[in-house]
Write a protein that binds this ligand. Structure first.
Ligand code: FES
Ligand code: ZN
Length: 433
């Protein structure tokens, strides 16, 4: 059972047979679902997860026969598992996969290939929305705007806009997302400690449409632990992409996820108990969102979609318009372009090699400075300290494939540096051999 990370690295997942018989059949058990005292073989584990999802769909009346269900796919394990389970439980339901390609280099391409492979395997029609085709911009371009350190928040605006648009374009009744137990609880904790009870009340497994043209939003996996979902995806051999978004910041939800997993060491049913308290005791006390008044909306002057904004320009169009003012959105050079530029501007440029030290020592681009590849995930102050003296220079990054060096470039751009990546670094590195 293999899964892919960032288009290349293949990880093997081999569950070790346990010295126990399956709690439901005669087979040898291979794993224990989180928070239970069960030992399960592969088939019984898959059925166990499917049964939980089915119970959620029925209990919360998530959709009915004949409704068009759109599943938002990210390329990752959660939405892939959701699609596979829905297709298995409801083979005749009208289900459509939707993928929004955000133009995030070294991420969106890999995710899209995984999604295409998944839909082909499951025989589910796929609708792709390509941000570059629709808007002529990439999410990465926002590092050139005042949102440079809040790229995720702009991305959230654009995602919501296009997901709403997909509902209209595809005439969907329901949209299903792969939010799982760990997502539900970590978001709940961070909203609770921020006192944001309005958003907390939206954390229900089913959200009815708030105005005409919207679809019902459902989360069939909301009570499944993330680890069980990972096991489901790899045991079912689903094509998934383990790469994470390069703009992923340390969000409060991530902090709470690791706290929840720490708590599991003390009490293995902790997550389920917390979910039950939230669903049974807290949610009923929170007010439900009122349907939005139709007359508070105006058509956006740029795209025509309804917006509550008094400026009559929707928030997506306002964000995208920021990029029209940016003349040069270049983040990458080809090796050939770089060499021409370098020959005339040597004194302005510093080249950094972020490969392993032993490879750097075997040969690199002339005058390239070695940087520890692990620095890419260093704390902000350490990262900044490393480069702070190079503010006035143009910083060029090289690695094996262009992916890691691109992460350095994005981080430096967010800090206001003039950094570029080399798209085809092997050409420069070959030159030295
Ligand atoms: Fe939106 Fe990462 S997926 S910023
Ligand atoms: Zn608009």
């Amino acid at each position: 059972m293999k899964y892919i990370k960032c288009g290349a690295e293949v990880f093997e997942f081999k569950p070790k047979p346990l010295f126990k018989t399956c709690s439901y059949c005669e087979e040898r058990a291979i794993l224990r679902p989180e928070g239970t005292s069960l030992y399960l073989c592969k088939d019984c584990f898959l059925k166990f997860c499917e049964k939980r999802v089915n119970e959620n769909i029925i209990k919360y009346k998530m959709f009915s026969e004949g409704e068009r269900v759109g599943v938002f796919l990210s390329g990752g394990k959660d939405s892939a598992t959701l699609l596979a389970i829905l297709k298995k439980l409801f083979p005749t339901q009208n289900i459509i996969g939707i993928y929004l390609n955000l133009g995030i280099r070294y991420y969106s391409e890999y995710a899209q290939s995984a999604v295409e492979e998944l839909c082909k395997k499951l025989e589910v029609p796929l609708h792709i929305i390509d941000l570059v085709e629709r808007e002529g911009v990439r999410i990465d371009d926002f590092v050139f705007t005042s949102f440079k350190d809040k790229v995720c928040s702009v991305c959230g605006v654009i995602k919501r806009y296009y997901f709403t648009k997909a509902v209209k374009e595809l005439n969907l009744d329901v949209i299903a997302t792969g939010h799982h137990l760990d997502d539900t609880l970590s978001t709940m904790l961070s909203l609770f400690f921020n006192g944001d009870f309005i958003s907390l009340s939206r954390l229900r497994p089913v959200l009815p449409p708030l105005h005409a043209g919207q679809a019902k939003k459902v989360k069939p996996l909301f009570s499944l632990p993330e680890l069980d979902i990972f096991h489901y995806a790899v045991l079912s051999d689903l094509p998934i992409e383990g790469c994470s978004c390069p703009h992923g910041e340390l969000t409060p939800a991530k902090f709470w996820k690791s706290w929840l997993n720490d708590m599991l060491k003390e009490d293995k049913t902790f997550k389920f108990r917390l979910l039950s308290i939230f669903m049974k005791k807290l949610l009923p006390l929170l007010p439900k969102e009122e349907p939005e008044k139709e007359d508070g909306f105006y058509p956006c002057q740029v795209c025509g979609e309804p917006t509550p904004s008094k400026s009559h320009i929707c928030v997506k169009c306002r964000r995208v318009s920021l990029l029209q003012k940016v003349e040069d959105k270049r983040l990458e050079w080809t090796a050939e372009e770089f060499l021409t530029y370098y020959s005339q501007n040597r004194d302005k440029i510093l080249v950094f090699d972020v490969r392993e030290k032993e490879d750097y020592e075997k040969g690199t681009f002339p005058s390239a400075i070695w940087v520890d590849p692990n620095l890419v995930s260093a704390e902000e102050k350490d990262f900044f300290k490393h480069f702070k003296n190079y503010r006035r220079k143009e910083l060029i990054f090289l690695c094996y494939s262009g992916r890691l060096s691109y992460l350095f470039v994005l981080r430096l751009r967010k800090l206001g540096f003039n950094a570029y990546n080399i798209k085809n670094p092997e050409k420069l590195l070959q030159k030295i051999d």
